[in-house]
Design a protein around this ligand. Sequence first.
Ligand SMILES: NC(=O)c1ccc[n+]([C@@H]2O[C@H](COP(=O)([O-])OP(=O)(O)OC[C@H]3O[C@@H](n4cnc5c(N)ncnc54)[C@H](O)[C@@H]3O)[C@@H](O)[C@H]2O)c1
Ligand SMILES: CC(C)[C@H](C(=O)O)[C@@H](O)C(=O)O
Ligand SMILES: [Mg+2]
Length: 380
Amino acid sequence: MSGKKSYNVVVLPGDGIGPEVVEQAVRVLELVSSKSKDFELNLKSYNFGGVAIDAAGKPLPDDTRNACKAADAILLGAVGGPKWGVGKVRPEQGLLDIRKELDLYANIRPASFPSESLLAYSPLKESIAKGTDIIVVRELVKGLYYGDRKEADLDTPGGDGEATDMMVYNRADVQRITRLAAYLALQQSPPAKLHSVDKANVLATSRLWRRVVTETVQHEFGDKGLELDHSLVDSTAMLMVSNPRKLNGILLTENMFGDILSDESSVIPGSLGLLPSASLSGLPDGKSRCNGLYEPIHGSAPDIAGQGIANPIGTILSAALLLRWSLGQKEAAENIESAVRKVLDTEQMGGLGLRTKDLGGEASTKEVGDKVCAELEKLL
Ligand SMILES: NC(=O)c1ccc[n+]([C@@H]2O[C@H](COP(=O)([O-])OP(=O)(O)OC[C@H]3O[C@@H](n4cnc5c(N)ncnc54)[C@H](O)[C@@H]3O)[C@@H](O)[C@H]2O)c1
Ligand SMILES: CC(C)[C@H](C(=O)O)[C@@H](O)C(=O)O
Ligand SMILES: [Mg+2]
């Protein structure tokens, strides 16, 4: 017996650039595993998304589902693409199903600069982007994504062609995501500000959201010095790109608003390809088994798939979050983040300044993976 902890990590490369970026994150995880005295990772890939539709007729085949349920953590690339269109069997449905089945209610999407040297690549002026540090906490298993739905019948003559998507939230849904957001806010010193975002001037679900967030923070965290404010999603979207530092802290919101605002937040550090995410079923406090799914926030990027130019940093940073939050391996996570910073930093900052095309560079996906591994090796 080696005495090492052993973790099973399910890998779901998916479609488009998914396998390209996941390959680099897997190399990083394998390196960390081979060098660690404390733990080892057993990584195994499964079909998921469009490739699973092609192979098995459904986006979430049973063997994939079972492996995900038994895993210590899951690493995902991305699913979807024009090949599967918006037809009846869609790759994205597999993602919605696995989130629901594992009850991954908390989607955490940090939008900060992995390296200050990226400031020059932000489409925002440096004076506006500098110092942005927002963590989007998005409710992930309710809302419009999971309510009753009626597809429009546009082919029957005389029909009204009506479609419906129902948005449902209840008190418990809002309480648990608020607790997780508060937990993350309290991890920072001083505690991060909590910004709750809704559309309470129009939607009943948002009025419920606003009241339950307020009550949960007051009743359960009233003595912890947590600051909470509320804002409407439309003006928040404007603020995100005009004065994003005003949103520094934890941005707590429902499923659809969080999907949109997190993609918007990625323009601040400069590329959608940079941002990682974690989808968790409980607090990442080391006490509960945190069976999480980790993925970059971007999609399968059909426009650049197969060219070897996708930015793998969001997926590599997702692997770091996986180590930290699902496996409790903080040091390994920090080493990966340091290696990424070193690769992105410019020479003046003691780094390599290596970047893919989305960040104005010429490096390939594999070159970035090579350099992150080389820098990581020095730290292990
Ligand atoms: N979690 C997921 O699996 C996930 C997330 C979002 C979208 N999708 C799916 O992906 C497909 C394409 O969606 P889309 O085009 O709207 O969004 P997308 O995120 O795939 O791409 C948007 C733009 O960002 C660029 N981009 C994305 N990731 C990049 C990276 N790592 N490096 C460099 N550039 C990158 C793309 O080239 C594209 O120009 C759709 O089928 C969608 O449903 C899946
Ligand atoms: C592919 C899609 C279902 C997914 C979402 O909307 O949640 C994606 O956009 C994301 O952000 O992970
Ligand atoms: Mg999205």
